[in-house]
Design a protein around this ligand. Structure first.
Ligand SMILES: Cc1cc2nc3c(=O)[nH]c(=O)nc-3n(C[C@H](O)[C@H](O)[C@H](O)COP(=O)(O)O)c2cc1C
Length: 191
């Protein structure tokens, strides 16, 4: 178990929902993670994160709905039954699904870019809190994430955005070693 912030950051790894084991997280713990999200920085206290939490039987409901949105919005010649089944069963072994959304405040001086950045910070807080609690997590932006039908399904306003879905649960498998592909010299320029 990681004990310091550095260890938690370094040890956080994506665990695909198919590698989760079906064990449930209690809603209280999810509440703690949401509290961590709420302490992310924002420009101008806009606090633009908006999370829609699917728990219990709502997880399967969400996955069914996600798959049905895909079916309804995909032309017949592009529809792939494999994609449909993947979406439908993506949460089978997860405990909770959380839709990650940006709710635009009424301060037009704050660029959308900064609102998205703030929600990403908030979401990383959730991922780190999950890691520190021994939970498995996955941030996915596949399926219908960016489709207007998903935006409507989540009841978002015109300027709001969906950034993806967090799948949370437990895993029984050893967590994969982390890897980074780009040399640090390309990412950090010391002056
Ligand atoms: C905004 C965002 C969207 C992502 N979408 C996907 C996705 O659709 N499918 C996927 O396999 N992983 C997705 N990921 C997870 C990355 O694949 C993962 O973070 C990356 O492989 C690095 O692995 P690590 O998280 O274990 O360090 C996403 C991550 C972020 C931040």
């Amino acid at each position: 178990m990681a004990t310091t912030i550095d260890e938690v950051i370094i040890s956080r790894r994506t665990v695909k929902p198919t590698n989760m084991n079906g064990q449930k997280i209690d809603n209280e713990t999810i509440g703690e993670l949401l509290q961590l999200a709420d302490w992310a920085p924002t420009h101008g206290y806009t606090e633009p994160w908006y999370y829609v939490i699917f728990s219990g039987e709502k997880v399967q409901q969400f996955c069914n709905d996600h798959a049905e949105l895909y079916r309804a919005q995909t032309p017949a010649d592009k529809f792939l039954s494999g994609n449909y089944e993947k979406l439908k069963h993506q949460g089978d072994l997860a405990s909770h699904v959380i839709a990650i959304c940006v709710k635009r405040g009424n301060n037009p001086k704050i660029p959308v870019l900064e609102e998205i950045a703030a929600v990403a910070c908030a979401t990383e807080n959730i991922l780190l809190g999950a890691t520190a609690r021994g939970l498995a997590s996955y941030w996915g932006s596949g399926g219908m994430t960016y489709h207007p039908a998903m935006h409507d399904y989540l009841g978002l306003g015109e300027e709001d955005q969906v950034l993806g879905f967090l799948y949370l649960g437990y895993t029984s498998e050893p967590v994969q070693a982390g890897r980074r592909l780009k040399p640090q010299a390309e990412k950090f320029k010391w002056m």
